[in-house]
Ligand binder design. Structure first.
Ligand SMILES: Cc1cc2nc3c(=O)[nH]c(=O)nc-3n(C[C@H](O)[C@H](O)[C@H](O)COP(=O)(O)OP(=O)(O)OC[C@H]3O[C@@H](n4cnc5c(N)ncnc54)[C@H](O)[C@@H]3O)c2cc1C
Length: 289
């Protein structure tokens, strides 16, 4: 399959990228790792007249700390994320990144592209939601911050304007006694998008047994990655023990809104329950270390 014709831009920095996007608006598409965009182009699902490559835009790369907390450049790849220590709870993101596609895909796939594509099964979205991330969206002469919980709209759609570029993702520093985990079910071991995924992040009280904060996020079982708020809320103030994890998991299964596309809704809910128990158990183990 051939690529359609388009003009190719290779801005040297973020300002230049924003300038080009401001000029062309919805005729232009950003290109990061290309693992989603090139397929969409080849399959004639989109016809941008302009493609704006981000590979020279250094501001979008890597990790650091500034006055707002820990930031992760949108062009950081899944393979790079696997090598980063994000602090308490960050294990969930590292585990999710390590399960994206194959080694080849992980070397190309960026976190910004994973979020911008807004697929319900995007693996890096659930842990980032569980870690209470927000994204910075830049446009020429302006920028805004959007909490990730307000970012996704429906499959394939998020709140970004055509001319906006995601620059960084902010992760708040969570308490030391916090742990995270990510669980995924795919048909095959590699190269497989999630059928169901669950990210869990829990924080413990000083006794190392009582849950003071929890987030459970479900992937691929609703039109967007979704916070299972009732399930997470049910654990606050309770002991981190198997029966409480099981109770929360059964609430999460009820909260899920599977569309029954890749597997039956009944099976999806069963898997939500199983994966939630596993994710909570592993998140607790990480928190109590
Ligand atoms: C064989 C295969 C297996 C896969 N397996 C998985 C999997 O297991 N789990 C999973 O989650 N995904 C999987 N994917 C999907 C894909 O790899 C991810 O969604 C990837 O993270 C997208 O990032 P990218 O850098 O390649 O984005 P691109 O393809 O470059 O871009 C994707 C979209 O995001 C936009 N975009 C990119 N960067 C920015 C930015 N900084 N600001 C604004 N918009 C931006 C682009 O304009 C485009 O619309 C798989 C893909 C393939 C081909």
């Amino acid at each position: 399959m051939l690529l359609p014709k388009f003009d190719y831009h290779a801005p040297a920095n973020l300002e230049e990228a924003c300038q080009i996007m401001a000029h062309y608006g919805d005729q232009a598409r950003l290109l990061a790792g290309g693992t989603d965009l090139l397929i969409a182009l080849k399959k004639n699902r989109i016809y941008p007249s302009q493609v704006v490559a981000l590979d020279r835009v250094g501001e979008l790369k890597g990790v650091g700390i500034d006055e707002n907390g820990l930031y992760l450049g949108a062009r950081t790849t899944a393979a790079e994320i696997m090598e980063i220590d994000f602090g308490p709870g960050g294990e969930a993101l590292v585990q999710a990144a390590s399960q994206v596609g194959s080694p080849l895909i992980r070397n190309l796939a960026t976190v910004g592209g994973n979020l911008a594509t807004a697929m319900p099964a995007a693996d890096m979205a659930p842990p980032l939601l569980a870690l209470q991330a927000s994204v910075i969206l830049e446009r020429y002469g302006d920028q805004r911050e959007v909490e990730l919980k307000d970012f996704f709209v429906c499959p394939g759609e998020q709140v970004m304007l055509p001319e906006e570029v995601m620059s960084v993702i902010y992760l708040p520093q969570l308490p030391e006694s916090t742990g995270g985990a990510f669980e995924k079910l795919g048909v095959r071991k590699a190269l497989e998008r999630s059928i169901v995924s669950v990210a869990a992040v829990v924080s413990l009280a000083e006794d190392n047994r009582t849950i003071v904060d929890a987030r459970i996020v479900l992937g691929a079982v609703a039109p967007t990655p979704m916070l299972a708020t009732e399930a997470a809320g049910s654990m606050i103030g309770k002991k981190a023990v198997a029966k409480n994890f099981a109770a929360a998991a059964s609430i999460a299964a009820r909260e899920a809104r599977p569309r029954g596309l890749r597997t039956s809704a009944v099976y999806s809910r069963l898997m939500v329950e199983t994966l939630t128990i596993r994710a909570l158990t592993r998140a607790f183990e990480a928190a109590s270390k």
